[in-house]
Design a protein around this ligand. Structure first.
Ligand code: ADP
Ligand code: ZN
Ligand code: ZN
Length: 733
């Protein structure tokens, strides 16, 4: 038996069948309890093998089979095995990422079905009045007849008290039978949609829907490239309706569910359930219950974050990935996989279409669409009556600013407020001020554990590190020269809020960032005030760029993106362009046209110029040319070997050794760059360095990585040193 064991870094192990033969067949996907070292661990049976490379006399036995049925189907297992191999992760780690956390322990499955009673066909046709002089039986049969799908035992007891006797008699007569019921609260389909809420698709939407419907039943990838408000969600809904009608399940993968309650709401309102939602904010048992609902084939729609890509779906018919460009679709620690790329792979294994939707496609996906590997479906216009926003640059060099706002922007704001409209101000920096410094000697508050400055959080009277979460009370005097002339520089969202109040005294201001939405439910509440028009100025960080509809917003001010224009990461221009277009897309979604003003000290910057002149498509075409010339993704493939250690030299030393190992692997088409210290060399007290592997051909890179990984794992352990291999890295931090 080949078994994957639930332990970090654990691979495959061979075991003998359990000592006590059971009548249960051993099939791949079953959860098992196996002896592992001195402990016992949960494992998943991957394959049955007749021979082993280990010494057969030393093989241990499987202790027991944990579940009555396999948790994962052969296709599920293939996806996970593929992912483990592609991302160079131990299969055990990958498998247990795919399962609800509780199932890594030998605990029994959380079966949320409850015992119930149901009528048999004979019982359905039997008139209770014919049961003679048995009033309790008559009552019981009539009650259960009224619920053809079955009645929970607890309900029965509630209504009739103890009725074990009559129940037994009716079962013996073949009129009633015991059954297992799914709690129906989550399974009641919503009332059918009133036809008036269902817009007629415009011609672009119809073409997109038709193209994807035509592909159902086989594998095909599509890019649904539609500007914000073009009706992509409407396209999703129509597709899901068809898939449900065909008796199949749809998987929808989104970057962050907490940030997009609207998508979920629209799905629940428009689609016949049940919908299983899966994300990290759910508690473990909610998650597991929803997971089982999906895995049993009961949920017709599964809406989840990246790990939902692994959820077993016996009737899978379609996969949708919304906001496919979003970096949070990639897991950034542990098992570093891309939810989007695995969605495509899964569709291929399952033989169904996959649709990647976004207003700002990633350059990888655009390249796939441009080379016709993916179907390219465009929705260039806003749906219905909404018109696109106009974007303009505002040169703020030598401009007097108040609260960081130029006078032109302030005038626009006053005009919009007077007209009863809403305003969105985007500032991608939370906290009060990013720099706290001594005016006498130049001391700057820095994190003792990171190469980073501390952010001032004035209301909490603390200096905070946004990289390792370390904080300290706000000093009254300079720690270096004892001067009390301490000043803050720059502006975060909290300070913007404070500075705006005197400028717009009669105006309601709502701030949305990670600090203002920490409490559960707070984001929904704040969004509600904006939705209802109670908030006139909405300000916040990139949380605002994600999927929310603000129909009343007619003016968007983008205050300060200049830093990201010159960031070193090769993806920075792409990210910045996406952010601008996504924020801009929040404006004027209803009938009111929107205006977007971007303040900058670099109005001549080529990125801003191409974005303004040619839109995102023009920008992306130019950016793809640059990537081609620089041999960067999607024209080359990357893997980043990261190392970190509390000792300054250890990480670099390890990577030098790793480089020497790689050079010995004779894969000349793979180029190695580095090792170099990471852009933020010290974080949370650890020194970090990285080594980049680059190759034009993915299979060659994969081959090399597999050998390299094995060699690296065989190296003697260095105390305190951690390393990880990141295939298709999303950021180079
Ligand atoms: P996206 O997902 O591309 O941002 P949505 O699907 O949310 O776009 O559509 C934006 C708005 O336009 C929504 O209010 C939606 O109800 C509406 N809408 C979508 N399709 C149509 C249509 N064909 N006719 C009229 N309104 C539409
Ligand atoms: Zn000082
Ligand atoms: Zn820190």
């Amino acid at each position: 038996m080949r078994v994957a064991v639930a332990a970090p870094l654990a691979g495959l192990f061979d075991y003998l069948p359990p000592a006590i033969p059971s009548d249960q067949a051993l099939v791949p996907g079953l959860r098992l309890l196996v002896p592992f070292g001195r402990a016992r661990r949960v494992g998943i049976l991957l394959a049955l093998a007749a021979r082993t490379e280990q010494d057969p006399t030393r093989l241990k036995r499987i202790e027991s089979i944990l579940d009555a049925r396999p948790l994962l189907s052969p296709v599920d297992l293939r996806l996970i095995e593929w992912a483990a191999a592609y991302y160079q992760q131990p299969i055990g780690e990958a498998l247990f990422t795919a399962l609800p956390a509780r199932l890594r322990q030998p605990s029994p499955l959380l079966d949320d079905r409850v015992p119930g009673v149901q009528v048999t066909p004979a019982g359905q046709n039997r008139d209770p009045a014919n049961l003679g002089r048995a009033p309790r039986q008559r009552e019981l049969l009539a009650l259960v007849q009224a619920a053809p799908a079955g009645l929970a035992m607890s309900t029965l007891r509630q209504r009739l008290g103890d009725c074990g006797g009559p129940l037994r008699t009716l079962r013996e007569k073949g009129l009633l039978t015991l059954c297992q019921l799914t709690p129906d609260s989550s399974l009641i389909p919503p009332p059918p949609l009133p036809e008036t809420n269902r817009p007629n698709l415009n011609p672009d939407q119809m073409l997109a829907v038709q193209a994807i419907l035509d592909a159902l039943g086989g594998f095909r990838s599509f890019l649904l490239d539609g500007v914000t408000g073009s009706g992509k969600t409407e396209v999703y809904i129509r597709l899901i309706e068809s898939v449900i009608a065909a008796g199949r399940q749809t998987l929808v993968v989104v970057p962050e569910i907490g940030l997009t309650p609207q998508l979920r709401e629209r799905f629940t309102q428009r689609l016949p359930g049940p919908i299983a939602v899966l994300h990290s904010a759910l508690n473990a048992s909610e998650r597991e219950r929803n997971w089982h609902q999906a895995a049993r084939g009961e949920a017709t729609l599964v809406l989840g974050t990246r790990s939902a890509v692994f959820v077993p779906l016996p009737r899978l018919g379609l996969i949708l990935v919304d906001e496919e460009h979003d970096p949070s679709l990639k897991q950034q620690d542990g098992f570093r996989y891309s939810g989007r790329d695995l969605a495509v792979r899964r569709a291929q294994l399952a033989g169904c279409p996959v649709v990647l939707g976004t207003a700002t496609p990633s350059l990888e996906t655009l390249h796939n669409a441009g080379t016709e590997r993916y179907g390219w479906l465009r929705l260039p216009q806003r749906a219905g009556a909404a018109r696109p926003p106009t974007i303009s640059l505002l040169d703020i060099r030598n401009q007097p600013l108040q609260a960081g706002l130029s006078s032109v922007l302030r005038e626009h704001m006053h005009a919009e407020i007077a007209a009863g409209n809403q305003i969105l101000l985007f500032l991608n920096r939370r906290g009060y001020a990013p720099v706290f410094t001594c005016h006498s000697c130049g001391w700057v508050g820095g994190c003792p554990h990171c190469d980073a400055r501390l952010t001032l959080h004035l209301h909490l009277k603390r200096l905070w590190c946004h990289h390792c979460d370390w904080s300290q009370p706000l000093p009254n005097r300079c720690p270096d020269c004892r001067s009390d002339d301490l000043r803050m520089l720059g502006r975060g969202t909290q300070r913007l809020e404070d500075d705006l109040r005197p400028l717009f005294p009669e105006t309601t201001i709502t701030r949305i960032d990670r600090d203002s939405t920490r409490r559960k439910g707070e984001l929904d509440r704040l969004l509600g005030t904006v939705q209802r028009g109670e908030a006139q100025i909405l300000l916040g960080t990139q949380m605002l760029a994600k999927g929310h509809d603000f129909p009343g917003v007619t003016l968007v001010g983008i205050l300060d993106l200049d830093q990201s224009l010159y960031a070193s990461d090769f993806r920075a221009p792409e990210r910045t362009a996406q952010l601008i277009v996504q924020v801009a897309g929040r404006a004027g979604r209803a009938e009111r046209p929107g205006r977007v003003v971007l303040q900058t000290r670099h109005p001549e910057h080529p990125l801003l110029q191409s974005l303004l002149r040619d839109g995102y498509a023009g920008f992306a075409a130019a950016a793809l040319d640059e990537r081609r010339a620089a041999e960067l993704p999607p024209f080359a493939h990357l893997a980043l070997l990261r190392a970190e250690s509390p000792q300054a030299e250890a990480a670099l030393a390890f990577l030098r050794e790793a480089r020497a190992l790689a050079t010995g692997l004779e894969q000349p088409s793979v180029q190695l760059l580095g090792p170099v210290p990471a852009p933020m060399e010290r974080r949370a007290g650890r020194y970090r360095a990285q080594l980049l592997a680059q190759c034009a051909e993915r299979p060659r890179l994969q081959q090399m990585l597999a050998q390299w990984n094995t060699a690296l794992r065989a190296l003697p352990r260095v105390k305190g040193l951690r390393w990880s291999l990141d295939v298709d890295p999303q950021d180079m931090l």
